[in-house]
Design a protein around this ligand. Structure first.
Ligand code: UTP
Length: 404
């Protein structure tokens, strides 16, 4: 688009401030800014802003969901089925590593964070350890897809190159980039990071589906005869994605989605929990959950809404493909960011960041399995710099689990 065409478009949507500093830019920056603007879907941005307060569980029919507990099943039968799928390369894993890790405050991709284990080990390396174990056990090199964002892609890839892919076959590690959306200020104006750049942010972990399609990962999976994808948060250092039992269960019961949970130790645990919303599987966030639901118990005194979602999900490829063509709802988070004001000064202001959540895809599955595991065996998250869910607590849990 030319300058005039761009200005015309911006005027239509009251966003002409994006060109306020255009005349101060060099030719390359000018072209680059026009290019960034041309990629924005202004109609979509407008609807995001107008609907930003719409997501609420009030008015929805919420009911408990059925859960299968690892403790209560004959795992041997399912392991046999799952192992056959793993050995024949039908399972791949995917780490979602495109997040900004704001709470951790680490200057770099979260996966590159170095942990104080028996020897200094990055988060990514803990995943390689699991892949290597699977290689030794099943004699198969499992494909590992890693979702990055524009902000951390080069650094992430560089980290693997510098470390020689931690000894894993580099042809089996595939990076792909998730989408991004502009930040909006509280009046709905698109934010500038500086005079030459729109302030973009990754579009949430629910952006994975679109990215898998756009970056040809689904195609790659098909070409390699992969039928199931285990998708996990990068920041859980006890995550167990290569799990023959849940995979066997999923195959045996012909589920197209399986999701792990753990039982919250107390009702006040702040994780999102599984439920049925209007008859469909969903996760409701703690802050959205009415108090009477948080504390409700069944006849065995178990929490009715106590199964926490912790970001370890298995999709069959047909479901992935279907979701990748549909739009997920967008959640607005209000966060402070340093944005360039029209005055030319930077201001640390409230901005809206729009994110899709992976669990909003669950309602699109034909049949879902919720599989409860033990929290101490599979969950050691790194969210905060200090205190709960910090590197210190995660390392403690990790060492306890592995006896190191
Ligand atoms: P969180 O929602 O905890 O976000 O991500 P975060 O970016 O790690 O941390 P904060 O909230 O900024 O402090 C859960 C998982 O989803 C991934 C993260 O990398 C993490 O593995 N994620 C999140 C993405 O891959 N992309 C996103 O846009 C957001």
């Amino acid at each position: 688009m030319t300058y005039d065409e761009t200005l015309h478009l911006l005027e239509k949507y009251n966003q002409e401030h994006l060109l306020k500093f255009y005349n101060e830019l060099d030719e390359h920056q000018k072209e680059n800014l026009l290019n960034q603007i041309s990629k924005i879907d202004f109609e979509y941005e407008k609807s995001l802003y107008e609907n930003k307060d719409d997501i609420s569980i009030i008015d929805n029919d919420i009911a408990p969901i059925q859960v299968i507990s690892k403790e209560k099943i004959d795992t041997e039968k399912y392991d046999r089925i799952g192992e056959e799928y793993i050995k024949t390369g039908k399972l791949a894993v995917c780490s979602m590593a495109g997040g900004q890790g704001t709470r951790l405050g680490f200057d770099g991709p979260k996966g590159c964070y170095i942990l104080d284990l028996d020897k200094p080990t990055s988060i990514f390396e803990t995943i390689v350890k699991k892949l290597q174990e699977a290689y030794d056990k099943y004699n198969v090199c499992i494909y590992w897809y890693i979702m990055t964002s524009n902000q951390n892609h080069n650094e992430t890839v560089g980290f693997f190159e510098q470390n020689n892919y931690f000894g894993y076959d580099k042809n089996h590690i595939i990076f792909f980039n998730q989408g991004e959306l502009p930040l909006l200020d509280i009046r709905g104006k698109i934010a500038l990071r500086d005079k030459a750049n729109i302030f973009m942010a990754p579009d949430g972990n629910g952006g994975i589906f679109r990215a898998l399609k756009n970056e040809n990962i689904i195609e790659h999976m098909k070409n390699n005869n992969i039928k199931y994808l285990a998708v996990g948060n990068v920041d859980n250092i006890l995550i167990n994605m290569i799990d023959s039992t849940i995979l066997g269960l999923m195959v045996d019961e012909q589920k197209d989605l399986a999701s792990k949970s753990f039982m919250k130790p107390t009702p006040q645990g702040k994780w999102g929990v599984f439920c049925k919303k209007n008859g469909k599987p969903q996760v409701i966030e703690y802050i959205e959950t009415p108090k009477e639901l948080i504390e409700a118990r069944n006849e065995n005194n178990e929490l009715l809404y106590g199964d926490a979602h912790f970001g370890c999900n298995y999709f069959d490829i047909d479901l992935l493909e279907r979701i990748s063509t549909e739009k997920l709802p967008m959640h607005a988070a209000c966060k402070k960011n340093s944005i360039l004001e029209n005055s030319g000064e930077y201001d640390f202001s409230n901005t809206y960041k729009f994110e899709a959540f992976i669990f909003d895809s669950f309602e699109k599955a034909n049949d879902v399995l919720i599989y409860r595991v033990k929290k101490d065996e599979e969950f050691a998250p790194i969210k905060n710099k200090e205190g709960d869910e910090s590197p210190e607590t995660a390392v403690e849990l990790y060492k306890k689990f592995y006896g190191i």
